[in-house]
Design a protein around this ligand. Structure first.
Ligand SMILES: [Zn+2]
Ligand SMILES: [Zn+2]
Length: 250
């Protein structure tokens, strides 16, 4: 299984990365976790525009889903349209929300390009992957994901505050892509995002093989985020996410 970080900028695109998007590949099947603002452009550095087999949206904040709108144009009106419809696993409100964002009535919505499937907690098969979705701790319906293929496993936090569900999803994973949106400060809101230290605490509890800090908000000093992760009691390798980074999981 190959994991490529397409976009890792938190909340809005930064100068060096689009917002959230992760490409997971195995057995020739290509799946995206999130398709946030700006990510459709960077995706094309890694695969062809039409090579996506499935999309999973962690939640419906713009920095995780909004490039579905541009991708709808590409798949509906591109030079060899119509292209095969792509399944989009997302919170149940996605068809209406994304049709509204596009400026389309809910019927037909974006169904020329996408087949929306409502997410619920649990495990199911997508191509060669076993995907487990779990509800995490964010102000809207939001999922973390565990993706397994053969003996390899990656977990992704989506956006979350402290979450036992995230620990469960990540348990024993080779790689945890964990958000670290906050710098430590008094009175941080709960149920929203994690600091680097909290991300590392989740990684330690889940005993993951590698921690990558992601959803990095451009106004933060990322060196501080990485520094704070050192205080989370996790003794495996920790690094900051970078657009274009590739992880080959055996
Ligand atoms: Zn976000
Ligand atoms: Zn969010």
């Amino acid at each position: 299984m190959k994991v490529t970080i397409v976009g890792c900028s938190g909340s809005y695109p930064g100068p060096d990365s689009p917002a959230s998007c992760y490409l997971i590949e195995a057995d020739g099947f290509r799946m995206l976790l999130d398709l946030g603002s700006g990510s459709l452009g960077a995706l094309q550095r890694h695969i062809g525009l039409y090579d996506v087999d499935a999309i999973c949206l962690s939640h419906l904040h713009a920095d995780h889903c909004l490039d579905i709108c541009g991708y709808h144009v590409a798949r509906t009106y591109g030079p060899e349209a119509p292209y095969p419809v792509v399944p989009v696993y997302a919170p149940a409100a996605a068809p209406g929300r994304l049709a509204a964002a596009y400026g389309m009535p809910e019927e037909p919505g974006l169904e020329t390009a996408f087949d929306f499937v409502a997410l619920a907690p649990g495990s199911f098969q997508i191509g060669p992957f076993t995907l487990t979705a779990g509800l995490v701790n964010h102000p809207v319906e939001a999922y973390g994901f565990r993706v397994a293929n053969g003996g390899a496993c990656v977990a992704y936090s989506g956006d979350t505050g402290e979450s036992n569900e995230l620990v469960k999803l990540a348990t024993g994973a080779d790689l945890l892509l964990c958000e670290a949106s906050f710098i430590e400060a008094p009175d941080l809101p709960s149920g929203l995002h994690l600091t680097g230290r909290q991300a590392a605490e989740h990684a330690a509890k889940a005993d993951v093989g590698r921690l990558v800090l992601t959803h990095l908000v451009p106004w933060n000093d990322q060196a501080v985020v990485l520094d704070e992760a050192a205080g989370g009691g996790y003794d495996g390798p920790v690094e900051l996410a970078r657009s274009g980074a590739v992880y080959d999981l055996a």
